[in-house]
Design a protein around this ligand. Sequence first.
Ligand code: ADP
Ligand code: ZN
Ligand code: ZN
Length: 735
Amino acid sequence: MFVKVAIPIPKDRAFDYAVPTQMEEDVAIGKRVLVPFGNKGQTGCIVGVTAVTEIENPKEIIDILDQQPLFDDRDLAFYSWTADYYLYPLGKVLGEILPGLKDRRARTEKVAAASGSASSTTEKLTKKQRLLLKILQEETEVSVAGLCQRLGNVRSTLAAIAKKGLARITDKGAGCPLPPCLTVGEPSGRPAANLSQEAALQEIHGNLRTGQFQTVLLHGVTGSGKTEVYLQAMEEVRRRRGGVIYLVPEIALTPQLLTRLKERFGNENIAVLHSGVSRSVRYDQWQRLRRGEMHMAVGVRSALFAPVRDLRLIIVDEEHDASYKQDDRLPYNARDLAIVKGRLHGATVVLGSATPAVQTCFNARIGKFSCLTMPGRIADRPLPPVEIVDMKMEKALHGEKTFTIFSRRLAAAIGETLDRKQQVMLLLNRRGYHTFQICRDCGHPLKCRNCEVSLTQHAREGVWKCHYCDYTLAGELVCSRCKSANIGAYGMGTERLEEEITNRFPAARIRRMDSDTMDRKGAHEQLLHALGQDRVDILVGTQMISKGHDFPNVTLVGVILADTSLNLPDFRAAERTFQLLTQVSGRGGRGDVPGQVIIQTFNPNHYAIQKARDHDYDGFYAEEISLRQSLFYPPFSRLIHLRVSCIHRDKGEEGSKSLAAKARELLKLARVRGTVEIVGPAEAPLFRLRGRYRWQLLLKGDDSRFLHALTRDILGGFHFPGVQVKVDVDPVHFM
Ligand code: ADP
Ligand code: ZN
Ligand code: ZN
């Protein structure tokens, strides 16, 4: 007997191996095996079982690593489709999406101070023990692995204080599939659906009954009750004993959702899949889903690959969110693949958003998706009025030379909101303190050593950091051109905003939410909890604050500078800006008190900003779609992006030109179907990144199959020493 094994190597090939007779019984598609490869073994995945092979001397597999298969034939069909479409080797696809082999050592232990541990026994502790205990008392519960990362191996010290009864070590991983954050939030019960929810559910339930593939766009304004529709649709699926995949952009930001899920469906039936879940738990959950012991998978984009049985429903919440696109390794888009998987399984796919992607809305309008709208908020709460403040006028009126952070309008509104004992959210989509530096003596802008990017000052840590490669400089900055230490720092990130607002409103309780302050596990939950309990007056943050939260006492939302995302070299810049402004506006006025939104901008007449002010999705769509059509951009064309990079500038440039020449040559020879344009090669907007020079070549065409075939031909046999070419099908990020 022979097996076809896909190995994670760049060449897209599966190899035939012979199975030793004593192993034959255990062979099945979906198991991982160890095979001889190179001078070491290699882990691969069985993708076929045959009685004959054309290979002359097939090698034998060494070992079978999984007791149970990780996926079945239909899952494999999906993974193969993914590999084909994204022009990525199947072996590598499998290597990336399958959960890691079971860890030998569970990395899920947690430790917490025991209650009453500040007693007199602490006298007899060593210095190290006392230090650890102090940390535990301050931080409620931390992971043992995390502590060891911070402080070196402290397992024995922890064991010692645990033995004295001062701390508790628990293994939160093994028996508990849901993360401990589930305790945040109050039980909300199950509301009766309102009219528009009822209409949406009728359509979705009708679909579920027929068991036919269908994609449904659920376009509902923020707070219209979309999540409730998802939950009731899931209940319907469970009544029919089917399975569900529920994707969210980021799970740490949605503890309220997990609470609601747990209330409806209990703990036992839901696998929560995201990068914070340990490998062993992920592996267990994957197996339980595949065996049909669990029926629902909730998670970030990678949860789409979970082998849910009898899959009837796939939900993609906030379908417009760019985080459904993975950029490194396998560059897939989980929103698009959800539709492919739905088709393979005959499932209903629900794409939900208050601001659907232009592409999604287009598909709904041409009848590819059915479209359900929920135009009003729950309980007829009004959408908050949005005001635009023109910062050019502000500057002129003030006569200030420096940049004004708060317009008088926004400053006054913050003051009034605080007086009313209500909460404020302030959005600024940039982290750090100062965001760029210029030499005052010679005018040279200071850049990262590895990237063509300004460094960002992080004042509290006392460092300058590159946000692309993590290169970090401590101490005094010196100009790399003239060696002067007379460096001017400018620009504003959330850290500086936090400081400015503290100076301005010293009595307010201010917290910041960005990836700098939220990197500790559980930090989100704690902050959201504090916000829910009115222990925070002003929340400052990046786009993180625009996502999913539902806080009734937030009545003022301020956008410090709407222009940050508007001027990016990306055909979706306007779309992103509109979405961000609409989403963050939707955070206001979700309770009984009406809210208001103030947007500061230097481009008050831009349609993305104006339409966001008017809560006018259709108006935005109309402007945007006609621009896309005139520029032959998606949804009117398909894009494939080829990224060329090299550590040597000359060689890279030569490589990119040679790739482009080959592309044009092949295009000339091919019998072109439809329209194809080749743009470039051009230097990437971030010309140098992590030490590599970068170019891009963009293929635009209106026939996806032809574009794929052309790309395969272009890449086939293309080799330029030292030059790397990466393919990105349907690119989302263009930097
Ligand atoms: P969305 O996902 O569209 O932002 P949610 O489903 O989270 O909206 O609903 C917003 C709020 O309204 C939540 O607190 C939710 O519990 C509540 N809600 C949803 N549907 C109903 C309903 N039919 N009746 C009463 N409250 C509801
Ligand atoms: Zn860098
Ligand atoms: Zn200088």
